[in-house]
Design a protein around this ligand. Structure first.
Ligand SMILES: Cc1cc2nc3c(=O)[nH]c(=O)nc-3n(C[C@H](O)[C@H](O)[C@H](O)COP(=O)(O)O)c2cc1C
Length: 224
């Protein structure tokens, strides 16, 4: 297992392999249709990626990320049922009515996930050991930012090992149902559901994004 301090090749300026890192950062896509539901995922690779994820920061160094990994087929089916009860009709409708091609493609892909979710071999639910209802902005932002960067690192680590996932949140509309299924205490907040599998092929492309200059201000909002 990789531990803190794992070493990477560096050039003479001390830089890590920038092309490889940039490829990882720009091609970690939402993977749904290319999740290989036929290939088992080893417990070790999940633990390795979670270990890397816990290098992410937490507010006050609380290290209060918690991960619930679900491999049990009945529990995955139950989670998929809850997810689909929130999302299936909504996504199918959105997929058939979206006017813009890219949006329609995203909804079609999301609708595809509803059909295979139960079969995706691993469901990972990143959690934070606190609740955020009604807390001041600084506390809420600290809580979310103490788990979401770690969960994203988990997805990056998966990608580097030939696995993929997609950030999903729909089941959170019925968070308590999933909490009861998995015995997650009421003091804990789930932040996402990450269905994990090896990917079918590993060639993913950067997505279309606006030029960063159009969304960046310098020295004040809207200033260039
Ligand atoms: C906060 C958040 C919530 C999301 N929720 C869902 C979801 O419930 N179901 C789903 O299929 N995709 C979900 N997505 C994935 C987005 O649709 C996807 O990231 C987006 O279309 C861009 O695709 P890309 O990540 O490949 O660039 C979510 C993404 C984010 C960041």
């Amino acid at each position: 297992m990789l531990t803190a301090g794992g070493s990477a090749d560096r050039d003479r300026h001390g830089r890590v392999d920038i092309p490889t890192v940039d490829e990882l950062l720009s091609t970690t896509r939402a993977v749904r249709k290319r999740l290989d539901v036929t290939r088992p995922v080893e417990r070790g690779v999940i633990l390795e990626c979670l270990q890397l994820a816990t290098q992410a920061p937490t507010a006050s160094n609380n290290q209060d990320w918690r991960w619930v990994v679900v491999t049990d087929a009945d529990k995955r089916a139950a989670i998929a049922e809850i997810y689909n009860s929130v999302g299936e009709q909504y996504l199918a409708h959105a997929a058939s009515t979206a006017e813009d091609t890219q949006t329609r493609r995203v909804y079609q892909s999301a609708a595809t996930l509803t059909a295979i979710l139960a079969d995706v071999p691993v469901h990972v639910i990143p959690c934070i050991e606190k609740r955020v209802e009604g807390v001041p902005l600084v506390a809420a932002a600290s809580a979310w930012a103490s788990i979401i960067p770690a969960a994203w690192s988990f997805l990056l680590a998966l990608r580097s090992r030939g696995l993929g996932s997609v950030w999903t949140t729909l089941h959170l509309a019925k968070e308590r149902e999933v909490a009861e299924l998995l015995g997650i205490p009421q003091t804990v907040t789930q932040v996402a559901l990450l269905p994990v599998a090896y990917t079918i092929g590993t060639d993913f492309k950067p997505a279309a994004r606006p030029p960063v200059q159009t969304i960046t201000s310098w020295n004040g909002w809207g200033l260039s």
